[in-house]
Design a protein around this ligand. Structure first.
Ligand SMILES: [Fe+2]
Ligand SMILES: [Fe+2]
Length: 229
């Protein structure tokens, strides 16, 4: 049994919005993902760090969920900024159950155990220039509540791994509130996605303020889930 992570699958099986149009690494990306997931076995676990499906409703994303269901192992999903299909946990779980999507679960205000290690996370946020300071503060505060709930659910774990969609550090933009929360709970490892193509240049990797950062956007890791444990 092993733990893997990957972000930004940007699946488009149910609607016509494939990422191939961006060229470069994204050409044939869904085939690359199918190939990449062959590193997993049925008893492995993979955290998917947001931007999972382009569908704008659960129904529109169903083909993408079926694709995920058929990938090996169990999958834990986190919301990304493009996951417009995301709704309440109870509605998503009910939909998964109704459609016999048995290998998919949701990380939202909760945590999962992997042996004595806890899997925590939330979407996160990075201040957006197009929003007012007040709007950015409101979104950040909401994400902090979610992250705290997830971390508190993992209190008894010997080690906590944090998975986010947005990087807490991007060039000069540093989300101090998220970082202090991670420090408060002794988190030493943070995995994130969201950054693509040229954005990879700004990616933080390695240890900063006691936390090791890894970027796991699909196009950064060649559409092959990265082994975490
Ligand atoms: Fe994103
Ligand atoms: Fe993305």
């Amino acid at each position: 049994m092993a733990l893997y992570a990957i972000g930004d699958l940007h699946l488009s099986h149910g609607i016509d919005k494939p990422m191939d149009v961006f060229g470069g690494k994204w050409v044939d990306y869904m085939d690359k993902l199918t190939q990449g997931f062959k590193v997993l076995s049925e008893d492995d676990l993979c955290v998917m760090c947001g931007d999972i499906s382009w569908g704008i409703s659960l129904e529109e994303s169903l083909e993408d969920f079926r694709y995920i269901e058929n990938l090996p192992g169990k999958k834990i999903l986190i919301k990304g900024n493009h996951d417009y299909w995301w709704t309440t946990v109870s509605k998503m779980k009910e939909f998964f159950e109704k459609n016999e999507l048995k290998s998919i679960d949701i990380l939202h205000n909760n945590s999962f155990n992997y042996d004595d290690v806890a899997i925590c996370g939330t979407r996160g946020w990075l201040s957006d220039d197009k929003l007012t300071a007040q709007q950015n503060a409101k979104i950040t505060a909401r994400e902090l509540i979610r992250l705290r709930a997830s971390l508190e659910a993992a209190k008894d774990a010997s080690k906590i791994l944090c998975f986010l969609h947005y990087p807490p550090r991007l060039g000069n933009i540093i989300c101090d509130d998220v970082i202090s929360l991670l420090n408060e709970f002794g988190v030493k490892d943070c995995y994130y996605g969201h950054l693509h193509s040229e954005g990879h240049r700004l990616a933080t990797r390695g240890v900063h303020d006691g936390i090791n950062y890894e970027i796991i956007s699909a196009d950064y890791i060649n559409f092959t889930p990265q082994r975490v444990i």
